[in-house]
Ligand binder design. Structure first.
Ligand code: NAG
Length: 100
């Protein structure tokens, strides 16, 4: 939700902290957010709600936090690394960048 808000309603926030995010909704193909629609029945919804697909719109600072055991509801840690790299690919800086 944090990532989607920073992409679609960035004027409301100066930054965000995303915990255990699900950035690629196709990885939970049998539903998310307590809706049991299936990926194959609502492909466009899955794509639209995946922050990956709007990562290019995120310009505000965001801290991504993801614990190794945060695996409930499909928020596998494997989602955060690619999302982090996607944000970097669109110009986001990370704390390890010397320019910060
Ligand atoms: C999202 O997950 C699907 C598998 O469900 C994979 O094929 C696709 O490459 C992933 N997209 C990204 C941007 O990681």
């Amino acid at each position: 939700m944090t990532a989607n808000l920073l992409a679609h309603a960035a004027h409301l926030f100066c930054c965000g902290i995303a915990c255990s995010g699900a950035y690629n909704r196709t990885l939970t193909p049998f539903g998310f957010q307590n809706k049991y629609r299936k990926l194959w029945d609502a492909t466009a919804t899955y794509v639209e709600r995946s922050p990956f697909m709007s990562a290019n719109k995120i310009r505000k600072p965001v801290l991504l936090i993801h614990g190794e055991e945060d695996c409930d509801q499909g928020t596998l840690t494997m989602q955060s690394d690619p999302f982090f790299n996607t944000l970097k690919g669109h110009g986001a800086l990370s704390p390890s960048d010397s320019s910060l």
